[in-house]
Design a protein around this ligand. Structure first.
Ligand code: CO
Length: 293
């Protein structure tokens, strides 16, 4: 048997390779109780485009992909509808998605006019200037609306709650090759957040990790599933992730390899809090996109 140590990158080069790998946030996957209802809400209220849709009757589910631009260059949402399931538990750990808009006040009025639920009226954040609002989609997923100038990526955040922020920052840096873009500590409201991503926070989608003082456990529910990230090499990624999981916790849920029948190479894992990440071979991903169009 060949020594495993030969293929496992160690120490500094773990970080280095993961940082140099060509990575991008591809999509967030979650379940909805009525695909048409959500498509209508996202296109009419948020201005998203329906990018593609597929029905897999033999597996009893359908998917719809929506976003603000083509999947080749934009982060999108991948909705899953499982036949006959019209309700899900979002749990306490999932936070929100966010949409940047040049006019949050108008966007909130549009959402309200279409029957959407506004859970936080538009206005400046406490102690700051940025105008935000929160609205709920038909399944109860929260969307933060953030006032911002023109941006190439309006679908700009996936917020997840974590039990140990330092551990999570290290995990997303090392296993996912993300950069820590900024942290904000808010002692008055007893939370700290960390923005993690691959580029400038205002030009790309970031993972917003929130630590609430003293809270280490959350429920996962069964609604939100995972984020997908592109990589140039799923095998090398899996080796890196294995090393990082030994140090920080987490779990490989799918070793690197091709998905049978599709030939797209992926690997998937859970972060130390149990949030799932799927790494997808970038070339396979682009080939898949063009095949289904
Ligand atoms: Co947010």
């Amino acid at each position: 048997m060949a020594s495993e140590a030969e293929t496992v990158p160690t120490g500094e080069n773990v970080l280095e390779w993961a940082q140099k790998d060509k990575r991008r946030m591809l999509h967030a996957v979650y379940r909805v109780g009525d695909l048409d209802r959500t498509i209508k809400f996202y296109t009419e209220c948020f201005g998203m485009k329906l990018l593609r849709q597929r029905d897999i009757p033999e597996e009893k589910y359908s998917n719809a992909f929506l976003g603000f631009g083509p999947e080749e260059s934009h982060f999108v949402v991948e909705l899953t509808y499982n036949y006959g399931v019209d309700k899900y538990d979002i749990g306490t750990g999932f936070g929100h998605f966010a949409i940047a808009s040049e006019d949050v006040y108008k966007l909130v009025e549009d959402v309200r006019a279409k029957g959407g639920k506004v859970t936080r009226e538009p206005g400046p954040v406490k102690g700051g200037k940025t105008v935000i609002a929160f609205v709920q989609d038909p399944d109860g997923y929260l969307f933060e609306l953030i006032q911002r100038g023109p941006t190439p990526e309006p679908l700009c955040q996936v917020m997840l709650r974590v039990g140990d922020l330092e551990r999570s920052i290290k995990f997303y840096e090392k296993a996912c090759g993300m950069k820590l873009l900024r942290t904000i500590d808010n002692p008055a409201y007893k939370y700290t957040i960390a923005m993690m991503g691959y580029a400038d926070e205002y030009e790309t989608t970031v993972v917003e990790l929130t630590y609430n003082y003293g809270v280490t456990e959350y429920t996962k529910g069964n609604a939100y599933a995972q984020i997908a990230i592109s990589t140039e090499d799923v095998y090398k990624t899996a080796e890196v992730v294995k090393v990082v999981i030994e140090e920080l916790g987490g779990k490989i849920t799918r070793p690197a390899g091709e998905i049978p029948g599709i030939n797209t190479k992926i690997t998937s894992f859970l972060d130390p809090d149990g949030w799932k990440v799927v790494m997808v071979d970038n070339t396979d991903f682009l080939r898949e996109l063009h095949k289904t169009e």
